[in-house]
Design a protein around this ligand. Structure first.
Ligand code: NAI
Ligand code: MG
Length: 498
């Protein structure tokens, strides 16, 4: 299923009108209550290629009510674990069978290279759903060591209705983390995809129903953040909020919870990942490759992208040369061409933002070592060259703020202590990396780096089996691994007098 089609075939399929453009509520496609729709503008060429239902508060009410009904009826949470597992495994299988369709929707919406959409985004979404399916009949409760006159059972129960609001950088992957874990734990879900990437979620949800998920257990409301997203956040009948996106909006969700029913909130927010390369880096070629892919992949629109290179001054020249060498093979191209390795920026707004940051780097006195310009492989599209700044000083905006574009900022340092200090001098704490051949130095630096994931002599290796999330303003709570299931459950103690 992952064999790739030709560009002509992708173009032919892209010309067919998008089939699913309405809200998915209670197992059916429905129009927004207001009848309104909004445009999908493709970043590949700037053309409008679909119109999608614009859900708002009234639609969120409908979706939450459907989720609540399905939860209270127990059609999912009370079904036998073996049955729920079989349904989710079938769903994973259907995702794989629809890989080309899902991948095309992802690429049309956000401009990812089509081969990444097929081999990474859709494949991981299927893997994630499959993994969560497998947890369902492996979650055991506990018997607590209370006095012998009693029996005390401690179990995990689903929370109820989960509201998930996700961004556009990895629409299917991030949705599959949250929806997969929430459903595996027995909850019902309302998902609001980003307005830039509403399409893949609609097919993703329909496939769940086709796999046997009861109506109402997984609903999708497409629409904008301040309307549909805020309505979900403020809803008094939502029991948990799971959000990935900007730190600014993450803080809104804490406020929405506080101003409504005090529901728990998990947040996966921004990052400014430091990539520390010490003088005794074991393999400069491997480091250069990991650094380039780690910041330019997905055009840098990755929350844990390694955007800050903190490098020993004596090896900076050589490392930057090698990074440029790797970047030569990572130039923006037509996302529908199967050999393209770098696609677009998600939309005009984000394009202007990235170009603005590049301008600010120049204005603040950093030097452009590589790239720094918009590119035009397809007219009208949103493309930026892989860009490297050197002579960056801590505190410059390109060193401080999340850019969400293919921009690396190199800061030269003279020793390990300075490297750790600069690496940690950020409001974020999602990821960090260190390259050294000294075992104890590697451990010491890894301990000192304040981040949810620290890579040593590698970068961006990840798996559904490891927790993912941030320290500091990168958020709270975790996606992936059994730890993520904890976030979608409550502990229930049953105390029995014998
Ligand atoms: P955003 O945080 O505004 O959007 C993410 C999601 O939140 C979308 O579904 C959006 O509709 C929703 N949302 C937006 N405003 C909302 C509100 N007032 N109430 C409820 N929901 C709301 O991110 P945006 O504007 O697309 O990108 C801006 C910057 O955020 C990026 O340049 C990047 O720095 C960062 N970002 C980080 C991401 C991550 O993975 N950590 C993902 C996307 C963006
Ligand atoms: Mg925003």
């Amino acid at each position: 299923m992952t064999d790739l089609l030709t560009r002509d075939e992708w173009l032919r399929r892209a010309a067919v009108p998008v089939a699913r453009t309405r809200l998915w509520i209670d197992g059916d496609f429905v129009d927004a209550a207001s009848g309104k729709t909004f445009e999908c503008v493709g970043p590949r060429d700037g053309a409008t290629f679909a119109r999608v239902a614009e859900g708002d508060a009234a639609d969120v009410d409908r979706a939450v009510a459907a989720a609540r009904r399905s939860f209270e009826a127990g059609v999912w949470r009370e079904a036998a674990p073996a049955h729920r597992k079989a349904v989710m495994l079938r769903w994973a299988q259907l995702i794989r069978e629809h890989a080309h369709e899902l991948a095309l929707l992802e690429t049309l919406n956000v401009g990812k290279p089509i081969s990444d959409s097929v081999k990474v985004d859709v494949e991981y979404a299927a893997t994630n759903v499959q993994w969560y399916a497998e947890t369902i009949d492996k979650m055991y409760g506990e018997v607590a060591p209370v006095p012998r006159d009693s029996l005390t059972i401690v179990e995990r129960e689903p929370l109820g209705v989960v509201g998930a609001v996700v961004p556009w950088n990895y629409p299917l992957i991030i949705s599959s983390w949250k929806v997969g874990a929430a459903l595996a734990a027995g909850n019902s879900v309302v998902l609001k995809p980003a307005e830039q990437s509403p399409l893949s979620a609609l097919l993703f949800a329909e496939l769940a129903t086709r796999a046997g998920l009861p109506d109402g257990c997984f609903n999708v409301v497409t629409g904008f953040g301040p309307t549909a997203g805020a309505a979900l956040g403020r809803h008094a009948d939502v029991d948990k909020l799971a959000f990935t996106g900007s730190t600014e909006v993450g803080k809104y969700f804490l406020r929405y919870a506080a101003e409504s029913n005090g529901k728990p909130v998990s947040l996966e927010l921004g990052g400014k990942t430091p990539h520390v390369v010490l003088r005794d880096c074991p393999d400069l070629d491997a480091a250069a490759s990991a650094i380039a892919w780690g910041v330019f992949y997905n055009s840098g629109q990755t929350c844990h992208a390694g955007t800050r290179l903190v490098v020993d001054r004596t090896i900076e020249d050589e490392l930057l040369e090698r990074i440029s060498g790797v970047a030569a093979g990572l130039q923006p191209g037509d996302p529908l061409e199967p050999t393209t390795t770098m696609g677009t920026i998600v939309d005009r707004v984000q394009l202007e933002r990235v170009l603005g940051y590049i301008e600010s780097g120049r204005a603040e006195g950093a030097d452009v070592h590589l790239g720094g310009r918009q590119a035009h492989p397809v007219q009208g599209g949103c493309y930026v060259e892989p860009t490297v700044f050197r002579n960056v000083r801590p505190g410059m905006r390109i060193e401080r703020e999340e850019i969400f574009g293919p921009v690396l900022a190199s800061v030269a340092v003279d020793d390990v202590d300075a490297a750790v200090r600069i690496a940690n001098d950020t409001p974020y704490g999602l990821g960090a990396a260190v390259w050294t051949r000294d075992l104890s130095r590697a451990h010491k630096v890894a301990r000192a780096l304040r981040a949810g994931t620290v890579w040593v002599n590698t970068f961006d290796r990840s798996s559904i089996v490891t927790p993912f999330g941030g320290f500091k303003q990168s958020g709270t709570g975790r996606d992936r691994s059994m730890h993520s299931i904890e976030g979608y459950t409550n502990l229930k103690t049953t105390w029995i007098q014998l």
